[in-house]
Write a protein that binds this ligand. Structure first.
Ligand SMILES: *[C@@H]1O[C@H](CO)[C@@H](O)[C@H](O)[C@H]1NC(C)=O
Ligand SMILES: *[C@@H]1O[C@H](CO)[C@@H](O)[C@H](O)[C@H]1NC(C)=O
Ligand SMILES: *[C@@H]1O[C@H](CO)[C@@H](O)[C@H](O)[C@H]1NC(C)=O
Ligand SMILES: *[C@@H]1O[C@H](CO)[C@@H](O)[C@H](O)[C@H]1NC(C)=O
Ligand SMILES: *[C@@H]1O[C@H](CO)[C@@H](O)[C@H](O)[C@H]1NC(C)=O
Ligand SMILES: *[C@@H]1O[C@H](CO)[C@@H](O)[C@H](O)[C@H]1NC(C)=O
Ligand SMILES: *[C@@H]1O[C@H](CO)[C@@H](O)[C@H](O)[C@H]1NC(C)=O
Length: 398
């Protein structure tokens, strides 16, 4: 045995004696497994811990460590394969794993609380070993991983959730009741099953490319919008208990969507747009919709449109269908316009068109006549929603 090999443990012990102060106002940087073991000798470690980019050892904070009063961070490390702690229960700051390309195992069996959990750029991480389960995190951000599911992350309290570009996630399910900021799910597995059985309120909800959705308890969207986009595998969209959306409701570009049902919805605080849902032929799932505080903009291949409780649209009214919507324009929407409940100069209601477009476009008439051809195009700027809900808060009055 070389002297060098004998000397190493001595250095590790010296390191542990230093860390055993169990606090550091500066960030402690871990250079090897021994540094982690030294920190794990503390029950509570006060201070933030970062792992150096060049570390290739497995890093385990195994020992007495129950609490880190600070952050625990690994960024831009291409060597570590296993990371965890068998004893750690809570992290008062962030747990961040960002751009750790070889990481294949993340094991925190006792961990239940972190302030922010970020799992990003982990192309080799297929599962989590959060055995007890993380139930409290203020912010959750999971991007570009190979996770198959989120077993072990079942938040009860959270302010924001961002889960994007995880191609293999089969299901996203959490028991959270209120999300105080936003939830964005975007381009995960195109068949991902999304379920929030207890969710009562949220602010901005933006779902892109989801496969199914269950939100039976959702009753209110506070100060934000609700958008469902590009979900080609989503056959049915239902929010049975949702009564009020403070911002916009946008349902666009969902090619497989056949049924939209918001059975309790009465008020939409900004635009309500339904567009480019190729297989959505009946708009009959808004039985209680009464007030729309900006534009009501529905275009598609509809054979039936009814919003029997509608009483007021503050912005543009645009209903364009390539299908035959019967006499709904003359029977229902024209009289509503006459009563001043829809704006007169900003009104389009037509069926049997060659093309059905969103508000602001001139209806492209079909060859058949006898339809209710009402109104010309209203020259309004439709906000681009291709990037999500940004811009939709801008109200379409003109
Ligand atoms: C979602 O649930 C359905 C019905 O249970 C199932 O057939 C489908 O495979 C699930 N999706 C994924 C990605 O596992
Ligand atoms: C969750 O939101 C609902 C509806 O806004 C509210 O009635 C309830 O008190 C909230 N619950 C918690 C635990 O904050
Ligand atoms: C729907 O809302 C009502 C009234 O707020 C409530 O009593 C009921 O439990 C809710 N249903 C679900 C499934 O959450
Ligand atoms: C649409 O969905 C609602 C709610 O899930 C359901 O009650 C209704 O029967 C569905 N309609 C069709 C045509 O499938
Ligand atoms: C609908 O699809 C067309 C053609 O792909 C696209 O140009 C338009 O921007 C889409 N409209 C919306 C509201 O996404
Ligand atoms: C509208 O839908 C009907 C029924 O699915 C279909 O036959 C028709 O070709 C569609 N029209 C257009 C313009 O897509
Ligand atoms: C909702 O999203 C809009 C547009 O992206 C943003 O301006 C607003 O601050 C968000 N509101 C909340 C409560 O997150």
């Amino acid at each position: 045995m070389s002297l060098f090999k004998v000397a190493l443990p001595v250095l590790a012990v010296a390191g542990s004696a230093y860390a055993a102060s169990c606090s550091n106002s500066a960030t402690t940087t871990i250079q090897n497994g021994g540094d982690a073991t030294a920190i794990a000798a503390c029950t509570t470690y006060s201070g933030s811990v970062a792992v150096a980019t060049g570390v290739t050892d497995d890093i385990s904070f195994d020992g007495n460590l129950k609490t880190i009063d600070g952050d625990l961070v690994i960024e831009a490390n291409s060597g570590i394969q296993r990371f965890g702690s068998s004893s750690l229960e809570s992290i008062s700051g962030k747990l961040t794993l960002n751009d750790v390309s070889q990481l294949a195992a993340l094991s925190f069996p006792q961990l239940t609380e972190v302030d922010e959990l970020t799992l990003k750029g982990l192309p080799n991480l297929r599962s989590l070993e959060f055995t007890k389960g993380i139930t409290k995190a203020d912010k959750l951000d999971i991007e570009n991983t190979k996770l198959q599911d989120l077993a072990g992350i079942d938040l009860e309290e959270v302010s924001s959730i961002f889960i994007a570009n995880n191609d293999d996630i089969n299901s996203i399910e959490m028991k959270v009741t209120n999300i105080t900021e936003f939830i964005t799910l975007s381009f995960n597995n195109a068949e991902v099953n999304v379920s929030f059985p207890n969710l009562e309120s949220a602010n901005n909800i933006s779902f892109r490319a989801i496969g199914s959705l269950s939100i039976p308890s959702l009753s209110k969207i506070n100060s934000g919008s609700f958008g469902v986009f590009e979900s080609d595998n989503l056959a049915s969209l239902s929010a049975p208990n949702l009564t009020k959306i403070d911002g916009a409701l946008v349902i666009d570009n969902n090619k497989g969507l056949k049924n939209v049902s918001f059975a309790s919805l009465t008020d939409v605080g900004a635009n309500l747009q339904i567009a480019n849902n190729t297989n959505l032929h009946e708009i009959d799932g808004l039985p209680k919709l009464k007030n729309v505080q900006a534009a009501l903009d529905m275009s598609g291949n509809f054979s039936k449109v009814e919003t029997p409780s509608l009483d007021f649209v503050k912005g543009v009214f645009n209903l364009q269908s390539t299908g035959d919507i019967g006499t709904i324009c003359t029977d229902f929407y024209d009289p509503l316009k006459s009563k001043g409940r829809l704006q007169k100069g900003k009104y389009v209601c037509e069926g049997k068109l060659d093309e059905a477009s969103t508000a602001g476009s001139t209806p492209k008439s079909g060859s058949s006549s006898g339809d209710d051809k009402t109104g010309a195009a209203v020259g309004l700027a439709v906000p681009s929603i291709s990037l999500g809900l940004v811009g939709l808060v801008a109200v379409l009055f003109l």
